[in-house]
Write a protein that binds this ligand. Sequence first.
Ligand SMILES: CC(C)(COP(=O)(O)OP(=O)(O)OC[C@H]1O[C@@H](n2cnc3c(N)ncnc32)[C@H](O)[C@@H]1OP(=O)(O)O)[C@@H](O)C(=O)NCCC(=O)NCCS
Length: 193
Amino acid sequence: MKYIETERLILREWTLNDVHDQVEGLSNFETAKNLAVPFPYTEKDSIEYISKHSKNGPNKYAFAIELKGTKKVIGGTDLGLNSKHENYCSGIWLNENYTGKGYGTETYIALDKFAFEVLNIDKIEEGFFEFNNRSKHLHEKVGYKIIGKSTAFCPALNHEVVEILTRLTKANFYNALKAPKLKEVYNNTIIHN
Ligand SMILES: CC(C)(COP(=O)(O)OP(=O)(O)OC[C@H]1O[C@@H](n2cnc3c(N)ncnc32)[C@H](O)[C@@H]1OP(=O)(O)O)[C@@H](O)C(=O)NCCC(=O)NCCS
């Protein structure tokens, strides 16, 4: 798989040219308080991450989310087998300046289409911090169901937070796509092999 294309985005492998955009996005407290990434997020963190995650497959995929027009990297998303090799897990973040414009929805649909139709997996597990209502809304919109609770350390907040655990099955994903707007996003998603 070379890259995933949506109406407005390209999801592609990270390169070291993306360090500036990644640091810009993740060094923002409003973004980082929802994530388990280092805080403050430095160039060194970014170089380390990209060096480890710039080659995709077979069981782990990390994508820079690039805006088609300007080629700016406005976020990141990933999908991979967890440490026990039992489940595929995913995550997402967007630069705060680019939130609330539907890019999150576009990224979720693209990643899930890739997971279910190219990797042929049958479920994806994720989570969101309990105060993250926007992420909760997005999870539910694309078909994720809540399956439990855990705790995680959030470096930006510097304390443990409650994490709500979620799961998306293939069946629930296709059920969510009955909403015409989501179906259109799905139809506009092309996976370039
Ligand atoms: C969470 C995130 C990925 C969402 O992406 P986005 O591009 O902002 O999301 P979209 O614009 O596609 O959709 C946002 C939806 O949430 C809704 N929303 C926004 N703020 C909300 C809130 N406080 N409570 C509930 N819903 C909210 C919007 O109305 C929209 O719903 P709709 O499409 O049904 O109208 C992005 O905001 C982000 O990266 N945030 C910081 C990091 C983060 O939280 N990552 C996820 C960790 S689990």
